[in-house]
Every structure is written in structure tokens, then in C-alpha cells.
Design a binder for this molecule. Sequence first.
Ligand code: NAD
Length: 321
Amino acid sequence: MSVQVIDGRACARALKQSLEADVAGLRGEGLGIGLATVVVGEEYGSAAYERRLRRLADELGVAYSPQVLPADAGQDQVMARISELNADPGVSGILVLRPLPPHIDETAVFRAIEPRKDIEAVHPENAGLLALGVPRFVPSTAASCFRLLDTWLDSVGEDRADFYHRSLIVVVGRSNNVGKPAILLGYERQATVVSVDEWADRTTGIGRHTRWADVLIVAAGKAGLIKAEHVSENAVVIDVGINPAAGADGRVHMVGDVDHASVAPRVRAITPVPGGVGPVTDVWLLRNTVTAARLLAGHPTDEARPSLPTARPAPTFQEAS
Ligand code: NAD
């Protein structure tokens, strides 16, 4: 069986198209939509990320305001910048890029974001709503993983509900911004979900869990962590990782957490890096910004609607007599 490479760029294009109509409608009503990102210090990829978001925001007609503070900015400075953005009527969505320098209290910064502008659901109120299955915002990276899965299932003609109900989803990595939301979205789809973290790797090894996965979502930030011996032949692999690697030409390029060359020939489907999770994440962030603009204007949003079609009735099994 030849592997199917799940095309994140095509998925992102389709999502962007539906967003364009949405943005045009809101602008027609005179509603301003603006995204602000906050970076403290220089982090690998943050400049490239800002360039991508600026291009996307421009294409969609959304105002974009990247806020860069020096690495030695104090807690007060960061909190003051968040307050300004909260009060700015031109800003509908605020994204604070992680990691923040160690001297900054990240939780306090997240708590300071106006919840209706908190497009990555890092404020406790929004994280709680997500955990309860009634999200105000679905964090963009986890949303992207499931958007790719849903789109792929549609493309191969598999019933989404049926697939998730019988599937084991293994999520490698348990960060608040990627791993945990992905776990919650797996629960929301009524799948069986297993969370694997660094300690499993250090003790028993992760393969004893990942080898059973029907869906393997990898968000550890470790280049080439997942190799052929960690996956089953039926697995659908979603590679979230973005890691800098030196190419043969000496230039830095981007690789995932999955050793694509050895894993791809073995599995059912896989996302590439680049061109997989990333492009959909970017568009989803803009989608959340539009949702925030709606919320701030008192319009209804559609986040809390169930994401699954009605499930087929569960199969009944006869007890052996
Ligand atoms: P993080 O560092 O906050 O969290 C990583 C998680 O993986 C932690 O729970 C850690 O304990 C776990 N982990 C680390 N080593 C492990 C190992 N050997 N085995 C099992 N678990 C291990 O990182 P994050 O913000 O969750 O991001 C993860 C990766 O995803 C990074 O490479 C990041 O750049 C990338 N990322 C990509 C996108 C995208 O849109 N494609 C978005 C966000 C993050």
C-alpha cells in the first residue's frame, strides 16, 4: 500500500477561502478585525512566523500588529503591553508567542489577556471552556491536526464519527498549547486517547504506546523522535514538530518530529514538514481572530457547535452462548 501524504497547503487554501467570505461580510458591516502577536526576545522561527502571518493577514484584509519586546523586558513591561492591546479597539485577537524568557511569569501574562481576545485559549477561562467541551476558541495547532484528519477522512470516504469512535489516538507531547488541547479534541470526538510524554521515553520508551496508535499526533519538539519501529502499518501520522536542522548545503531548514524518510513508507497516511500542520495552523489563527471580532461586536459564533456528524448507531455484539 502506498502512503498518502496529507496536503496541509491544500487544506489551508480551502479554509482560507471560506474565511475570505466571512471577513468580507464582517467588513461590510463595518467591523474592524485585527491580530496582534507579542514576542519577547528572539526565538527560532518567530521572524519567519510573523512574516507568514503578515502575508496571510494582508491577503485576508485583517490588520496585523507584531509587538516585539527585548529579551530583558520585565514582567511589568509585558503586562503593560497586554493591557494596551486589551484596550485597543483595532485589536480583536492577541497571541503571545512561547516560550517567554524564564524570568517572565507566563501564567500571569496569560491571565492578563482579555478572554474575548484570547485566540489561543491560554486564559484559564478559555482553557476551562475547552476542557468542558464548549470552547470559545479552539487553539490553532490542535485544531489544525483535527482539521487535517477530518479532511483526510472525507477524502478517503470514511465516516468521521465511525473512525474516531473505534480509533486509538496517541498524542506525544503534553504542552498546554499543543498536546493538551489535542488530547481534548480527541475526547470531543469520542476517541480513545493516550497521552505520552518525556518520562515514558526515558523509562519504558514511547514505542510500547505509539505502536498501537491508529492516529499518532507528535508534538514533542524533538527532530526525528518517531522512527519506523514506533508506528503500525495502519497509522495516520500527524507531525506537528518544527525543528531547525542543518541541510547538506549548510543552510538551516525545517524538519518535523517524525523521521519522514523511514516512517512514511510504513504508514497509511502522514503529514509532511513543511506543508502539513503549519499552514492550517496559520489560517486557523486568523479564523479565531475573526471569531474574536464577532464576539467583541456581540455577534454569535459557531465554535461551540458539535464538530461531528451524527454517529451511526453503535454495532451490537451478541454474547457467545
Ligand atoms: P513544548 O516544548 O512546550 O512541549 C513539548 C512536549 O513534548 C512536552 O510535554 C515535553 O515533555 C514532551 N517531550 C519532549 N521530549 C519528549 C520525548 N522524547 N518523548 C515524549 N515527549 C517528549 O513544545 P510545543 O509548544 O508543544 O511544540 C511542540 C513542537 O511543535 C515544537 O517543535 C514546536 O515548534 C512545534 N509547533 C508547531 C506548530 C505548527 O503549527 N506546526 C505550532 C506550535 C508548535
